[in-house]
Design a protein around this ligand. Structure first.
Ligand SMILES: [Zn+2]
Length: 50
């Protein structure tokens, strides 16, 4: 998934076979780059909405 797909002006692209790892990457990235702290559930919805 990419940030851009979710409305962020950001080219961050995350690819992982492991959903737990993917969620962790997204949470870390979102916090340090976008100043938001999505819950695991929020991230999961983002992944599956893509
Ligand atoms: Zn981003």
């Amino acid at each position: 998934m990419t940030c851009r797909e979710h409305g962020f002006d950001c080219d961050f692209d995350i690819v992982s076979e492991d959903e737990a790892e993917l969620i962790e990457f997204v949470q870390t990235h979102a916090k340090s780059n976008h100043g938001i702290s999505p819950s695991e559930e929020d991230v999961r919805k983002m992944i599956h909405a893509a």
